[in-house]
Design a protein around this ligand. Structure first.
Ligand code: GCU
Length: 613
């Protein structure tokens, strides 16, 4: 077998085995017994990855006896003055977790590369027989994780959770956790090198120690069966030595449901439970039930909404009623504080603005946002489009790239599959049509449908002017056959012509499927005023919104939209001095929280749509 082929297979195996080292995803961590590791950590910036590779570029943590002097993951400290140790976390600068490094440290604002994080902590197990896992909400982009100098594993993907079992590595008393976080971009990565958002690096979400019994409830799915409002589908996965043939109790007191399921050899229990007259979750009435799963003395509590979801022709039926998705696109950023959003407060601020706009739907672009967003959306009654960062020009024929994209999709679905608010999984944004691309995305769509038979699957496609026509808009993309909702981005008036073109545009969409406009918009500097023909003024953006909603009403299958975008956001592609200065200005709200005129145009349109639908 040719050496290169062997190498690729080895690499793939190593990557897979390393990623496999990560214990299967534990869901609903926030309602479990945990100890937070959030707060002040120490950090070392390591642009040449001295702490990871030796001068022969060999990976140190694969070496028999990695050098104490430079192997940062050992967290070693000089024992006597004659000893050469070229790093010391205890003397290093502080940084907050969760939080990106770019907005915390001015010298790291543009930094892309490796930063080592160090956290010393004491741990006393509550129960000697219990097991412990370390759980990360997300680390951008690649994380190598070590406990007390021992490697736990490597995780790839900046926006999805992961956890490692540490039961046999945790010491009573003093411990230290070290994370090598690397946000450097690469053609083979997901996303790839080119994005229109800031590449915030670091441990961007919560870190927790989770303590569970030896055999515990690792994951579960509890949702109404497809198109059926009185049958709940349940599957519960146990993890541990005593998982086969065990009884798990599903208890939903308010619905008068108490039902016992039994696990199979693999520790999985599946079944259906009859549910009478459930109060169905909807934006008007986002009713959540307290749901308990009990197994031995293991209790996992949840708040779950039940709703049915279907596509019928070009209608989207929520609880058997046709809905119009009054949406807005959102990036996971708190412009006011600067940096990645991560907290419940951030979620309430962003979704609060969406509510004020009159939204019942949000597109969380272009990657899975933190779990606070989907849980607060459950509570607020806002439907959610959640997406994996398969964005622009991904390496479609690279197997490892596909594996990576599928892992991110699987992790996103695993985390949020019990959120009533999440109604659409999106597998891509603005990807150039080609056979390898369509194959790649088709496989992701199949994976999503296989994992979740109920939710709708889509992708943000592109439209263009039909050949030989002045202004007839078409979406010529083979992927339309495989998605439940035809969604496309359209920038008539901004990247394509000026606002007058909006008045004459026609749409020719053949498919009898719901259509969502996943993006439209214009840049405007808040506070800059002028003629409505003058770009970057609030008046130009206002006029574009006024004319666009009128234009889109011409599409008979139109069932929703998520204009680009709720708030101005940081982007390294936006350098126009005095206007952009590192911000994409297509927000309806400035990074300082000030609304632009177009905000009120959309708010009025949604007030009207709400009456109509
Ligand atoms: C694209 C893309 C967004 C981008 C936006 C823009 O369509 O999907 O990520 O920010 O357009 O150009 O502002």
């Amino acid at each position: 077998m040719k050496k290169s082929k062997l190498l690729i297979q080895l690499m793939l195996f190593f990557m897979v085995s390393n990623m496999v080292a990560q214990t299967p995803q534990i869901t609903n961590v926030e309602n479990r017994q945990t100890m937070t590791l959030n707060g002040v950590w120490k950090y070392l910036v390591d642009p040449y990855e001295l702490g990871y590779y030796d001068y022969r570029r060999t990976v140190r943590d694969l070496q028999e006896n990695p050098s104490k002097s430079e192997s940062f993951f050992l967290g070693y400290q000089q024992q006597d003055p004659s000893e050469r140790v070229e790093y010391d976390f205890t003397k290093a600068d502080n940084i907050l977790v969760p939080g990106d490094w770019n907005s915390q440290k001015e010298k790291l604002f543009y930094y892309e590369g490796t930063v080592w994080y160090y956290k010393a902590f004491k741990y006393q197990p509550k129960d000697e027989a219990s097991r412990q896992f370390v759980h990360f909400g997300a680390v951008n982009y690649e994380a190598d994780v070590y406990l007390n100098g021992q490697k736990l594993g490597k995780h790839i993907g900046g926006f999805t959770p992961f956890n490692y079992e540490i039961t046999d590595k945790l010491k009573e008393g003093e411990n230290f956790l070290i994370v090598k976080a690397d946000n450097s971009r690469g053609l083979e990565k997901v996303p790839t090198v080119n994005t229109d958002w800031w590449n915030y690096g670091g441990i961007t979400r919560d870190v927790k120690i989770v303590e569970v019994p030896e055999t515990f409830i690792q994951d579960y799915y509890i949702q109404l069966a497809e198109g059926d409002d009185d049958v709940i589908e349940v599957s519960v996965t146990l993890n541990g030595s005593d998982k086969a043939g065990r009884e798990v109790i599903l208890d939903i007191p308010e619905a008068g449901i108490k039902s016992t399921l039994t696990t199979n050899e693999g520790g999985v229990a599946t079944g259906t439970v009859k549910a009478k007259k459930l109060t169905l979750w909807s934006p008007q009435n986002p009713h959540l039930y307290d749901v308990n799963l009990m197994f031995d003395d293991n209790l996992v509590s949840e708040r779950i909404g039940f709703r049915t979801l279907l596509v019928q022709g070009s209608d989207i039926l929520l609880n058997d009623e046709s809905v119009f998705l009054r949406g807005i696109s959102i990036h996971e950023e708190n412009g006011m504080r600067g940096g990645r959003a991560y907290s419940e407060e951030d979620a309430r601020m962003l979704l609060g603005w969406a509510k004020e706009l009159g939204c019942n739907f949000v597109r969380l672009a272009h990657y899975p946002h933190n779990e606070n967003m989907t849980r607060v959306a459950d509570e607020m009654g806002i439907m959610v489009w959640s997406e994996v960062p398969v964005y622009w020009t991904i390496q479609w024929q690279n197997e490892a790239t596909y594996e990576n994209a599928e892992n991110q999709l699987t992790s996103m679905i695993t985390r949020d599959k019990n959120r009533a608010s999440v109604v659409v999984w999106s597998v891509a944004n603005e990807t150039p049509v080609s056979a390898p691309r369509t194959e790649f995305l088709k496989s992701l769509i199949e994976k999503a449908n296989q994992m979740d038979p109920v939710r709708l699957v889509s992708a943000a496609l592109e439209r263009h002017t039909k050949e030989g026509t002045e202004n007839t808009q078409v979406v010529e993309d083979p992927l339309q056959k495989y998605v439940d909702i035809i969604a496309f981005n359209e920038y008539i008036g901004w990247y394509d012509g000026r606002n007058d073109k909006l008045k004459t545009a026609e749409f020719d969409i053949q498919f009898n499927k719901p259509v969502i406009i996943s993006e439209f918009g214009a840049g405007a500097l808040q506070g800059l005023h002028g003629e409505k023909e003058a770009l970057w003024t609030e008046e130009y953006q206002e006029e574009l919104y006024r004319e666009t909603v009128k234009m889109l009403e011409k599409i008979p299958q139109l069932r929703g939209m998520t204009p680009w975008i709720l708030a101005d956001f940081r982007s390294p592609r936006r350098v126009l001095p005095d206007i952009q200065d590192g911000w994409n200005r297509k927000g309806l709200i400035s990074e300082t929280g000030n609304k632009k005129k177009a905000f009120y145009i959309l708010q009025e349109y949604y007030r009207m749509k709400k009456e109509q639908f």
